[in-house]
Design a protein around this ligand. Sequence first.
Ligand code: 2AM
Ligand code: CA
Length: 266
Amino acid sequence: MSTDDLEKLCWNSQNIIKQVGQFIREEKGSVSQNQIEDKSLNSLVSYVDKTAEEMLVKALGQLLPGSTFLSEEETVEQKHGRYRWIIDPLDGTTNFLHQLPCFSVSVALQIIDEIEMGIVYEVNNDECFYAWRGGGAYLNNSPIKVTQTSELKDSLIATGLPYQDFGREVEYFTAFNYFMKNTRGIRRFGSAAVDMAYVACGRFDAFFEYGLNAWDIAAGIIIVKEAGGNVFDFKGGDEFLFGKEMVAVNEQLSDEVLQIVKQAFQ
Ligand code: 2AM
Ligand code: CA
């Protein structure tokens, strides 16, 4: 697909995603306890996640006939064709259910094996972050860039605390402890997609987390890259999409942040 076609697709997808975001916004505060299911430990879901996904699947499938889906709620057959949408209809469900203001719709388009387009729509602030291959990254029509912070002591780091997989908590808190003592601070907002979008637009200098799913980070990957940032697995390689671990960081801090994470998780 040409860069122009990707751009067109990105604009059309944004309209769909914002409509779904509007639905989510309207449902905020109306989900009762008995409408919440525990999918697995601490992983909550309600009709809002599922309906949002159904809306996305229907509209994105029409936008790109023959495309396939990888989606968190599995409301559609999960297949890997040439064009595959990777969807988290509501990233930050726990925040949504507790009426905390950080959750998003995250949609990426994978072509063969590469993520070529991504959109993260943070619903509360009506902020749409998006990028397509070769086209740069944007927030609500304005170009965005990662920071140029070069000293760790001047950086602000985002992370996600383990909530389900506690298998590497000691390693995680080794890295956490180092960042806690050597940066301006650490933030844990509860939506990995938003964390990555915030790295892309320079609100955070870096993000690291383990226990992630592909739909949490797929859109964020291309947004960070197109904003001039780097993405790695914990060894500095590129096994992040399905590797359940992610470091997203600006250029200047890449070596240092990666070194800290590598050492902690070795
Ligand atoms: P979700 O809301 O789509 O499930 C990484 O932290 C990701 O883990 C989040 O983006 C969030 O995506 C998911 N997650 C699921 N349960 C969580 C919890 N109890 N606390 C934090 N994140 C959770
Ligand atoms: Ca979700």
